[in-house]
Design a protein around this ligand. Structure first.
Ligand SMILES: [Mg+2]
Length: 447
């Protein structure tokens, strides 16, 4: 394997509970904290991925008439990583860098890698042109043939796609990759929409939800410091209520000034027409017009423009946390000037590996696809968009417990390429006076 180039950091140890800043932000300015629910307040165990995989696989067999032989496939933990691109036409899963280049060695058809030669022949090189890349939200709609999987829930979806592709190829079955992609997407969607996943989690909550005490500690800390809090989730109320009672306790709603369920993000941030609707504790939808968002009530759907009008919570005093960089954070940061925090659970594992491993190769992170954040020489496409849409990022909400609420996060100030002192090899190739400049800047040259 080729070595991944991880930047050399002065101290080898990075605390996995650190909050990292892309953009300067002071918590002193933040009065209002907003949260997504799934994988932000509620962290799920890996059992959930197995559950989603198994149910979706069985839906393919029972409702879409896929071969019975697919039942042999079990969920493969750690086969894929988040942020990968899937070529819907060619049925290939791959990692793409910040400059739209495919990382060779990370292209998979089914469960097996595709040779570099074949990849280069198919794409006439390794660059993916803009018109076939995924759209702004990672989708493959409107003629884009690439889909980017950004959701943590999409790990079982990618794995299922790989398994079904593998089965078809192994048995020499002629199939249309576009149909397969749509069927898998629909089957995975049904696991959520038909409530199968919600019922399974509610029935055995201790098996599925982890680190509840830490989430609770963060929320209590914010409440004790007089911060306002709100929740905007795409999940239904019963599911969120059951989870929050487990994580925080029966009084969880006392902590939140506004609770919005089935918000339909990212539509919530863009579609001005959808009104809020009040939902009773018994799940009955009321028809009256909403003039206020009241504490203790539950609202369904709505839109951000109405939310801003009713709460007056604008601009840089709001910090919103979510794990989906596009659906949760992109519109808020680009259109509304809210501050954003990305929850990236994978960070904890990658930092631990960087702290302990001597051998710096791609496969120490993930045997098939390497690091979520890097290709050999570049940031990944995922990393580039993370740095654009998130002011800060961290492995879990509990990282906030390490900081006081006056803390200012500063990004590491790196010089732009033309500002940095020249490296020795550039100096030797450059003008006669550059070694002096390099020396003055404290760079020791071997020449
Ligand atoms: Mg989420």
């Amino acid at each position: 394997m080729f070595a991944d180039l991880i930047p050399v950091i002065s101290s080898n140890f990075v605390n996995p509970d650190t909050i990292f800043a892309n953009n300067e932000i002071s918590l002193q300015d933040i009065e209002i904290y907003g949260f997504d629910y799934d994988y932000t307040l509620a962290f799920y165990s890996s059992h959930l991925h197995t559950l989603i995989f198994n149910i979706a696989r069985d839906i393919l067999i029972e409702e879409h008439r896929y071969p019975e032989g697919l039942r042999e496939y079990e969920y493969i933990p750690d086969f894929v990583i988040r942020g990968l691109h899937y070529d819907v036409q060619k049925a290939l899963l791959m990692k793409i860098d910040a400059f739209h280049y495919i990382q060779l060695g990370t292209v998979y058809r089914g469960l097996h890698p595709v040779t570099d030669k074949e990849v280069i022949a198919m794409y006439e090189g390794s660059h993916v042109p803009l018109e076939i890349m995924s759209d702004f939200y990672g989708k493959s709609s409107h003629g884009h043939t690439m889909k980017q999987f950004m959701d943590i829930f999409s790990l079982p979806e990618m794995t299922l796609l790989c398994c079904v592709n593998d089965y078809f190829m192994k048995h020499n079955i002629d199939y249309e990759p576009v149909h397969l992609y749509k069927d898998v997407k629909e089957a995975i969607g049904d696991v959520h929409v038909k409530g199968i996943m919600y019922r399974a989690v509610e029935a055995d909550i201790e098996k599925y939800i982890c680190y509840g005490e830490q989430t609770q500690a963060v929320l209590r800390k914010l409440a004790e410091n007089g911060k306002k809090m709100f929740l905007i989730t795409n999940s239904p109320f019963d599911f969120v209520d059951r989870g929050m009672k487990y994580i925080v306790g029966r009084d969880w709603r006392d902590l939140f000034d506004v609770v919005i369920v089935q918000a339909d993000k990212p539509g919530f941030f863009n579609d001005r027409r959808k009104p809020f609707r009040r939902l009773t504790d018994q799940g009955v939808l009321l028809w009256d017009r909403i003039h206020r968002l009241e504490k203790g009530q539950i609202y369904k759907q709505g839109n951000l423009y109405e939310f801003l009008r009713l709460t007056g919570w604008r601009g840089s005093s709001v910090l919103y946390f979510g794990d989906h960089i596009y659906s949760d954070l992109a519109d808020l940061t680009l259109k509304h000037g809210w501050r954003t925090g990305a929850i990236i659970p994978e960070l904890r594992k990658e930092i631990k590996i960087m702290n302990t491993e001597e051998s710096r190769t791609k496969d120490i992170f993930n045997s098939q696809f390497g690091s979520l954040f890097r290709t050999y020489h570049n940031p990944t496409y995922f990393s580039r968009r993370l740095s654009r849409f998130a002011d800060i990022y961290m492995a879990s909400l509990s990282c906030l417990l390490r900081y006081d609420l006056q803390h200012t996060f500063f990004p590491r100030r790196t010089p732009l390429q033309h500002e940095s002192p020249l490296w020795p090899e550039q100096a030797s190739a450059g003008a006669a006076n550059t070694p002096l400049k390099a020396e003055a800047a404290g760079v020791t040259s071997s020449e």
